[in-house]
Structure formats: C-alpha cells, structure tokens
Write a protein that binds this ligand. Structure first.
Ligand SMILES: Nc1ncnc2c1ncn2[C@@H]1O[C@H](COP(=O)(O)OP(=O)(O)OP(=O)(O)O)[C@@H](O)[C@H]1O
Length: 262
C-alpha cells in the first residue's frame, strides 16, 4: 500500500519560484498523468518525488513517512531516452541494478543467487517482449525496444512507485500504442503507483486514472519567475469501475481452467 502526499510544497531556484504551494494526495495504485506547458515544472515535480531535489518549503510523505533524502529502490524511473548503459547487453543492463544492490564492491553475484537473478531477468525480459534480444547491445535496438529495456531495468528492482518522464515521447505512433498496452498491463499486474509526465493529452487520459494539469495561477510579464506553478485542474480520468474491471480481468487470467490443470 502506497499513499503519496505533497503537503504545501514549494520549489525555488534562487529567486525563481518553479512550484508554488502544491498539495496532492495520491491513493494506492493510482496512475497519475501530469500535463502542462513546457518549462512549467513537471519534471521538477518528478525529481522531488525521486529525491533528486528537495522542497524549498513543505513536505512530501510516502505512507506517512517523510520522503527519503536520497533516491531509493522503491521508486523507479524511466526517461524519454537512453537511460540504459550502452556497453552492457540487454541482459547485463537488467541484471546491473540487483547486482550492485547485493554486492556494491564486486558488482557481481555468484552461485544460487546469481542463478535466481538470471531467471528473474529472463522472465522479465520475456514479459516486456525482449526475449530474443537478450544478448544485443542497446545501439542494436529500436527506440521502442530501448524503452522496453528501460522499463525492465526499472522493474527488476520491484519499485512500488514508477516515475515516467515522457517515456514514449520519442516513439512513432504504432510503437507508442504497443507501449501503452504494455505499461497498462504491468501497472495492473504489479499493483504499482505510476506517475507519468506527458505532453500528449490523449495519452494522459488513455493511461491515467487521474490527470492533473499544472500551470502558473498568476503571471507577472515583467518578472516571469516571480510566481510558480500549481495544480490548475485535477480530473478523475477513469471511473473506478474501469480500474476494478482491469484488475478482475487480470486475476481471472491467472485462474487455470480445469481441463488444462489436469
Ligand atoms: N537545477 C535547476 N536550477 C535552476 N533552474 C532549474 C533547475 N531545474 C529546473 N529549473 C527550471 O525550472 C523550470 C521548470 O523546469 P522543468 O524541467 O521542471 O519543466 P518541465 O515542465 O518539465 O518542462 P518540459 O516540458 O520542457 O520538459 C524551468 O524554468 C527550468 O529552467
């Protein structure tokens, strides 16, 4: 169970106010889409959630606890491009995070722990559609495959919250559609909370259970940095019933029919 609370959060860089008094409560297993004009502070909001930035004022709490001061494994992230390591194979990229977590000194696992991780990595790569590309290097993959790899790399750490910063922005429309299907399935299967920044309204509403638009409430043309952005609109994008029926379908798919089970 994950509840995320932004409580009167401000973010300023010097004299420039980027975010102004943002308050937001995210329920468990929410899929939040964030939209807004370029440069308004969407990525800053994600970076605060990742602990790559700290609020100037206000608090962010996860499950009632003040957010950790530095990035932790329970929050994964996928950027628009190239968050993978070019000199590692697909499999190597996916194994890297857990290997460093378990053995920061050697960066390697041995014996049964290595075998278990290998099995988990192969299963995840099969799940994201990269089963036949495990030995390839990122530059040998299409943009869509690279994003599948970036998603696998984030998911192998089993995050409770997945942050997506324009993850499909560089993909062609057909690949983008297939990525929408994949991310929605993974969101349902893994019961994660997802927070996604996008410039595409259609994508925001198609995937999100909730969509917020952030923008400046007030604007001073003489000093644009004087006021920051806040939440201008907040929509429940999908009736709860849609979300629950997706979960029902997923659970039903796990029930083995009697004749197959025999
Ligand atoms: N480390 C920093 N130091 C100073 N200013 C910063 C820093 N990081 C971001 N900003 C400023 O904060 C504002 C918001 O940036 P941010 O990247 O969050 O916008 P965005 O809404 O994600 O934009 P885009 O849609 O173009 O990606 C911008 O004016 C940017 O210049």
């Amino acid at each position: 169970m994950v509840e995320i609370v932004f409580d009167k959060v401000w973010k300023e860089y010097g004299d420039a106010i980027v975010l102004e008094n943002v308050s937001l409560t995210l329920k468990d297993h929410e899929f939040l889409s964030i939209v807004g004009p370029s440069g308004v502070g969407k990525t800053t909001l994600l970076r605060l959630l990742l602990s790559q930035e700290v609020p100037t004022r206000g608090e962010i709490r996860i499950d009632g606890q003040l957010i950790a001061g530095e990035p932790t494994e329970d929050r994964g992230v996928v950027f628009q491009r190239y968050s993978v390591f070019p000199h590692k194979t697909v499999l190597g990229n996916v194994m890297l995070g857990p290997e460093w977590r378990s053995s920061a000194f050697l960066g390697k696992l041995y014996g049964s722990r290595h075998k278990a991780l290998l099995e988990r990595a192969h299963a995840l790569l099969e799940r994201v559609g990269l089963k036949d590309a495990v030995d390839k290097y990122p530059q040998q993959l299409s943009g869509g495959m690279q994003q599948r790899l970036a998603i696998a790399q984030a998911l192998i750490m089993q995050p409770k919250v997945l942050l997506l910063d324009e993850p499909f922005g560089a993909l062609d429309p057909v690949t983008r559609k297939s990525m929408h299907v994949l991310i929605r399935e993974l969101w349902t299967e893994r019961q994660m909370t997802i927070v996604m920044v996008t410039h595409d309204m259609g994508e925001a509403f198609e995937l999100g259970t909730r969509v917020i638009a952030i923008d400046k409430h007030r604007h001073d043309p003489q000093a644009p940095e004087r006021y920051g952005a806040g939440i201008m609109s907040d929509f429940e994008a999908k009736p709860r019933i849609v979300r629950e029926s997706a979960l029902f379908e997923f659970n039903r798919s796990k029930i083995i029919p009697l004749q197959t089970a025999r």
